[in-house]
Design a protein around this ligand. Structure first.
Ligand code: NAD
Length: 369
C-alpha cells in the first residue's frame, strides 16, 4: 500500500509561537471528564465580524496535530470569508475523537456551553464528522450555532452548496487551462465522497464528465456508485491516475512532497480545507509541474455563503439566492488566476492578498463607528 502520509513535525513550534505566528486572537482548550469531551476552539481574526467555522471531529493521533489543524483551519476561514465578501471572521473548532460512535448528546451540549461562553465571538457549524442533528444538541445550549435543520429555523446542511461552488471553481480552472469551461468528456478524480464529494460527483456526471472516486468508507462509495455510476479506483491509484482534474474532498494535506510528483493531472481543485501541507513549498511544486491549483478556501466558500443567510434574521432562507451568490466563485477564481499571473504570485497568495487588503481596509473603517 502506498504510504503518502507526511507531517510537518520538523516545523513544530512552541505553543505561543505557533498561536502568535499567524496572529490568532484566541485559543480555547475545552475539557470535560464526565462526557469525555476534548476540544479546541480557535478564533483567528474578527475584524470583519464574528468568527464562523465548522466543528470537526476527528481521531487525531496527538493533541498537537489537533491544535495545528484548528489553527490552520480557522486562519483559512478568515481568508475564505474575506475573499467571498462576507462580513465574518475566521474560527473553527476540533473535537478529538471518533465521530462514528464517539459522540453523545451530553458531550455535544457540553461543547455548546463552551461555545456560549464565548458570547458570539465564535459561531459554530458542521464540518467533517458533524451533522445537522449534532448542531441541534449544541443549539440547546447556545444560539451561536448555524447549519441547523430547516425545522429549527436553519438552512440545513451546507454541503450541497459547497459542492456547487467547488464545481464552479473546477469549471473556472478548466476555462483557464483549456479556454473552455466545459467538463463534458473531461475526467475528474474525487477523493472523499462524503456530503460534499458525493454532491460534487452529481454535478460532474450531469455535465458529462468521467468521474472516478475513492473513499476509505465503503458504504459511501457504494451509495455514490449506485446514484451516479462513477468508477471506483483503488487507494494506490488516487494520485497517479491520469485525469484532467484531481479534486481532494476528504481531509487536508494531501498535496505534499510525496504526492505531488505522482500527480498525473493538469488541475487540482477540490473542497478539502488546507490541501497544501505547506502553502509555499507545495504551491510552488505544483506550479513547477505545470499544474493549476484553485485555492481551496476560494472555491469551497459555498457552505459559508449559504450559512450567512441563517444570520440574516430579516428575510427567509432561499437556496436559490445562496446558489446565485455561490455561482460568483467562478468569476472570483478567474480573477485570482489573473492576479496571480500579473503579479507573479502563487494562486493562493494572490487570494490571500485580496483577503488581507479587504480586512485591512475594513479594519481602518472601524474607527468611524
Ligand atoms: P464528510 O465527513 O461528509 O466527508 C469526508 C469523506 O472523506 C468521508 O466519506 C470519509 O470517509 C472520507 N475520507 C477520509 N479520509 C479519507 C482518505 N484518506 N481517502 C479518501 N477518503 C477519505 O465531510 P464533508 O463535509 O464532505 O467535507 C469534505 C471536505 O471539505 C473537508 O475537508 C471539509 O473541511 C471541506 N469543506 C466542507 C464544507 C461543507 O460544507 N461540508 C465546506 C467547506 C469545506
Amino acid at each position: 500500500m502506498l504510504d503518502v502520509t507526511i507531517t510537518n513535525k520538523e516545523n513544530e513550534k512552541e505553543l505561543f509561537e505557533e498561536i502568535s505566528s499567524n496572529e490568532h486572537e484566541l485559543v480555547l482548550f475545552c475539557n470535560d471528564n464526565a462526557t469525555g469531551l476534548k476540544a479546541i476552539i480557535a478564533v483567528h481574526n474578527t475584524t470583519l465580524g464574528p468568527s464562523l467555522g465548522g466543528i470537526r471531529m476527528w481521531p487525531y493521533k496527538t493533541d498537537r496535530e489537533a491544535l495545528t489543524d484548528v489553527l490552520r483551519l480557522s486562519r483559512g476561514m478568515t481568508y475564505k470569508s474575506a475573499v467571498a465578501g462576507l462580513n465574518l471572521g475566521g474560527g473553527k473548532a476540533v473535537v478529538i475523537g471518533n465521530a462514528r460512535g464517539g459522540k453523545s448528546e451530553a458531550m455535544l451540549r457540553r461543547l455548546g456551553k463552551f461555545i456560549n461562553n464565548l458570547n458570539g465571538k465564535y459561531i459554530a457549524a458542521e464540518d467533517v464528522g458533524m451533522s445537522e442533528h449534532d448542531m441541534e444538541y449544541i443549539r440547546m445550549e447556545t444560539p451561536f450555532v448555524t447549519g441547523l435543520p430547516d425545522y429549527q429555523g436553519g438552512t440545513g446542511d451546507p454541503s450541497p452548496v459547497t459542492a456547487f461552488g467547488v464545481y464552479m471553481g473546477i469549471k473556472a480552472a478548466m476555462k483557464k487551462q483549456s479556454g473552455s469551461d466545459s467538463l463534458s468528456g473531461k475526467s475528474v478524480l474525487v477523493q472523499g465522497v462524503g456530503t460534499v464529494g458525493s454532491s460534487l460527483v452529481d454535478y460532474l456526471t450531469k455535465e458529462g464528465a468521467k468521474v472516478y472516486i475513492y473513499d476509505i468508507h465503503e458504504p459511501s462509495i457504494q451509495q455514490v456508485v449506485k446514484a451516479t455510476g462513477a468508477e471506483v479506483v483503488s487507494e494506490d491509484e488516487v494520485y497517479s491516475l491520469p485525469v484532467d482534474v484531481y479534486a481532494p474532498c476528504a481531509l487536508g494535506g494531501t498535496l505534499n512532497p510525496k504526492t505531488i510528483p505522482l500527480l498525473n493531472c493538469s488541475i487540482v481543485a477540490g473542497a478539502a480545507n488546507n490541501q497544501l501541507l505547506d502553502d509555499e513549498r507545495d504551491g510552488q511544486a505544483l506550479v513547477d509541474r505545470g499544474i493549476l491549483y484553485a485555492p481551496d478556501f476560494v472555491i469551497n466558500a459555498g457552505g459559508i455563503i449559504n450559512i450567512t443567510q441563517e444570520l440574516d434574521k430579516g428575510r427567509p432562507y432561499s437556496r436559490e439566492r445562496a446558489l446565485m451568490q455561490t455561482e460568483k466563485i467562478y468569476d472570483t477564481t478567474l480573477a485570482i488566476f489573473a492576479k496571480a499571473e500579473q503579479e507573479k504570485l502563487l494562486a493562493q497568495n494572490a487570494a490571500m492578498k485580496i483577503a488581507k487588503e479587504r480586512i485591512d481596509a475594513i479594519g481602518k473603517n472601524m474607527r468611524y463607528r
